[in-house]
Design a protein around this ligand. Structure first.
Ligand SMILES: NC(=O)C1=CN([C@@H]2O[C@H](COP(=O)(O)OP(=O)(O)OC[C@H]3O[C@@H](n4cnc5c(N)ncnc54)[C@H](OP(=O)(O)O)[C@@H]3O)[C@@H](O)[C@H]2O)C=CC1
Ligand SMILES: C[C@H]1O[C@H](OP(=O)(O)OP(=O)(O)OC[C@H]2O[C@@H](n3cnc4c(=O)[nH]c(N)nc43)[C@H](O)[C@@H]2O)[C@@H](O)[C@@H](O)C1=O
Length: 328
């Protein structure tokens, strides 16, 4: 790690800490974790833009930004993201914004001529609804998608293919990482549009604060989900930026799964809500199970470090200190 060899005259990512790194989406769950990790590793020239400063759906603005900044490395963590309800309610936004953002960024990265490596972030929803478990990278495009998020999934599949096509035709070192369901500080805690874990943290917290007797949880409680703390994902992203240059995307998961019922019981315990759970069966369950096979990245040497209970305790503390206190 971090060496220059005769075969490859370029330093590795981790030996190139003064190079310009563009982290797109640096205020989101994933981008903020990657930014923290890069700064703690000693990267000195991380370039960021808020959505208001640079709308990545605007091709001309993205090209102008890349031509002016000429980054050497790009991590694409900007996307239109949401949970099961947001994905099924705003399909046009999810497919259009994501296709635009990723197409503009990957193409501009090639055109500006300075980019040595780009990492694109997809999601485990790219896989077929009934893919054999645990899901290997080879399951891509082997069956129909989960209907609640197929538009988002199609955009993410196009992102993987875009990286592959630009590698094959132009030699751009563009790699793709497919994380499982993520959580941690700077997550989106919106009551309807967020993912399940931040949604439940907020709902249990607010129910406890106002003395409500029960909390409503969506669906049947039976779907299984695999959760990974975003700091573990950030480590994996840095690891792949440094170590991986392949055509195929790479799964990034924790390897352990819980039912939504087990998750709800755990959040209830961590928040300290004394009441009961009520299930709203009018809400969709989504994919019954999506446990990823992460043996490819684990075989290269990356491993997750944070278990769900400790990650949840820390995330709830962050929520109370940063989201609840901001609302006061
Ligand atoms: N959260 C999860 O569970 C998972 C996430 N991922 C992937 O990780 C990546 C990041 O997700 P996550 O951090 O959760 O998402 P967030 O919603 O937390 O953050 C997304 C970021 O992208 C920015 N952004 C969105 N649209 C634009 C735009 N048009 N121009 C510029 N910036 C924009 C947002 O800025 P602003 O807030 O200002 O709009 C925000 O900083 C995505 O590719 C997602 O698919 C993969 C698996 C699971
Ligand atoms: C990462 C992944 O995330 C999304 O897929 P998902 O895993 O189905 O996402 P989710 O976190 O929203 O739900 C997980 C499960 O949890 C249940 N559930 C219970 N109660 C709440 C609740 O209050 N909110 C939410 N959102 N879900 C709830 C919910 O009914 C479902 O059974 C994709 O759209 C796409 O964005 C993607 O790639």
């Amino acid at each position: 790690m971090g060496t220059v060899t005769a075969a490859d005259p370029h330093p590795s990512f981790l030996a190139d800490k003064d190079a310009k790194v563009f982290v797109a989406g640096h205020r989101g769950l994933v981008g903020s974790a990657i930014l923290r990790r890069l700064l703690s590793l000693g990267f000195t020239s991380v370039v960021v833009r808020t959505h208001a400063e640079l709308d990545l759906t605007r091709q001309a603005d993205v090209e102008a930004f890349f031509a002016a900044e000429r980054p050497r490395y790009v991590v694409l963590a900007a996307a239109k993201v949401g949970g099961i309800h947001a994905n099924s309610t705003f399909p046009a936004d999810f497919i259009a914004a994501n296709l635009q953002i990723q197409t503009n960024v990957v193409d501009a990265a090639l055109r500006c001529g300075s980019v040595r490596k780009l990492l694109f972030l997809g999601s485990s929803c790219i896989y077929p609804k009934f893919a054999p478990q645990p899901i290997t990278e080879g399951a891509l495009l082997s069956g129909p998608l989960e209907p609640t998020n197929e538009w988002y999934a199609v955009a993410k599949i196009a992102g993987i293919k875009m990286c592959q096509a630009y590698r094959i035709q132009h030699g751009l070192d563009a790699v793709s990482a497919m994380p499982t369901n993520l959580y941690g500080p700077h997550d989106n805690f919106h009551p309807e549009n967020s993912h399940v874990l931040p949604a439940l943290i907020r709902r249990f917290h607010e129910a406890k604060a106002c003395g409500a007797p029960e909390v409503v949880v969506w669906g049947s409680g039976s779907p299984l989900r695999e959760f990974l703390h975003v700091d573990d994902l950030a480590d994996a992203v840095i690891f792949l930026m440094d170590q991986y240059s392949g055509l195929e995307h790479v799964n990034v998961g924790s390897g352990s799964e819980v039912t939504i019922k087990e998750l709800a019981e755990l959040v209830k315990e961590v928040v300290g809500f004394p009441g009961k759970l009520v299930w709203d069966s009018s809400k969709p369950d989504g994919t019954p199970r999506k446990l990823m096979d992460s043996s490819k990245i684990q075989g290269m040497g990356w491993k997750p470090k944070i278990n769900l209970k400790e990650g949840l305790v820390e995330t709830y503390k962050w929520y109370v200190e940063n989201v609840v206190s901001d609302k006061k």
